[in-house]
Design a protein around this ligand. Structure first.
Ligand code: PLP
Length: 351
């Protein structure tokens, strides 16, 4: 069972027009494919892939950091960051609903001997400074060593304000911890907060940015930070079997996305707001929205029937419960969104 996938493409009709299950479902467009086909390549484990080197430098520069490393996924990016900051027996403080804690298969514990200390997040998705302070352990042989605070932005679609993240990070630093951001949707956060990428990135020692979500590439994340930490992350990527060779073809997609696809995130956010207001008007369940996500909680008895009705209309929605997560992205244009809106309306008109 994959709770994100729910209704699968094959269980939907061949008339699929709108896939709202995730922003990971985008297909590379023609411009991106052309950039990939034209990419100059070399052996990246030797540091000789010029396109990968350009992508790493470009992401680092946009976020105001010294260095970057291209990795296969957000999960690997977070893991090599945690391994670079922590040793065995160290502990990360992390939100109890964050992806690192809930959705990365316990990787830090399984592969790196790092134990998680999950803590409560606030309504805005952030962690309060008091919560951070309360979670940091004394230097006592009974305890794991508190070493790293892991934050997330956006988190469940919420863009957490910079000041909130800064307050949590400051407490961590005062106690000698480093601070990592899972910025899988970093540019969605920057877009929603209306800030410069450097203003948000400055709060953290390392930031992981996914290219394969709203930015629309088929694969890849970049971890940025200071040169020494990224050098450690490079060693850990090798340990994890994540060294890649002529992957300039993939890095070219990332460079293309950074140049062309950030501006479109605001349109995804506007479409999410439109979908949310349609659902609110239907008054059929709780609706929450932020950036490119909408969470809709229909009455439990409607879940399965609603999903089938939507699939019949060519619209796929996730299988989560009680709140179904819907994510707007580059491959959902106004026509596709209209289809989703009318399918929701027709379902509830017939109840
Ligand atoms: C907040 C967050 N962090 C990390 C990841 C992991 O990314 P990946 O699926 O590329 O491993 C995801 C994936 O959806 C995510 O939503």
């Amino acid at each position: 069972m994959n709770h994100y996938a729910g209704m699968t493409r094959t269980s939907g009709k061949a008339n699929l027009v709108c896939d709202l299950r995730s922003d990971t479902l985008t297909a590379p467009d023609e411009g991106m494919r052309a950039a990939m086909a034209a990419a100059e390549v070399g052996d990246d484990v030797y540091g000789e892939d010029p396109t990968v080197n350009r992508l790493e430098a470009e992401m680092a520069s946009r976020l105001g950091k010294e260095a970057g490393i291209f990795v296969s996924s957000g999960t690997q990016s977070n893991l090599v960051a945690m391994m670079a900051h922590c040793g065995r027996g160290d502990e990360i403080i992390v939100g109890n609903g964050y992806h690192i804690y809930c959705d990365e298969a316990g990787g830090p514990a399984v592969l790196a001997g790092i134990s998680p200390c999950p803590v409560a997040t606030g309504a805005d998705g952030g962690i309060s400074p008091e919560t951070v302070a309360g979670a940091i352990k004394d230097d006592d042989p009974h305890y794991a060593r508190s070493r790293l605070l892991c934050l997330e932005n956006t988190t469940d679609g919420k863009a957490v304000p910079i000041e909130k993240m800064q307050a949590a990070a400051q407490v961590a630093r005062e106690h000698g911890l480093s601070v990592h951001l899972d910025g899988a949707r970093f540019f969605n956060a920057v877009t929603a907060l209306g800030c410069d990428a450097k203003d948000l990135a400055r709060v953290f020692d390392t930031v992981s940015v996914c290219l394969s979500k709203g930015l629309g590439t088929p694969i890849g994340s970049v971890l940025v930070g200071d040169a020494a930490t990224i050098a450690k992350a490079r060693r850990h990527r090798k340990i994890l079997g994540g060294g890649m060779r002529q992957v300039g073809v993939l890095a070219a997609a990332g460079l293309h996305a950074l140049e062309h696809n950030i501006a479109g995130l605001a349109e995804d956010h506007a479409r999410a707001a439109h979908l949310a207001s349609t659902l609110q008007d239907l008054d059929a369940g709780d609706v929450e929205t932020g950036t490119n996500m909408v969470f809709f909680s229909p009455a439990p008895e409607h879940h399965a029937a609603l999903r089938s009705h939507m699939a019949e209309a060519g619209v796929l929605i996730g299988g989560q419960s009680p709140a179904i997560r819907m994510v707007l992205h580059r491959d959902v244009d106004d026509t596709a969104l209209d289809r989703a809106v009318s399918a929701f309306s027709s379902y509830y008109q017939n109840q």
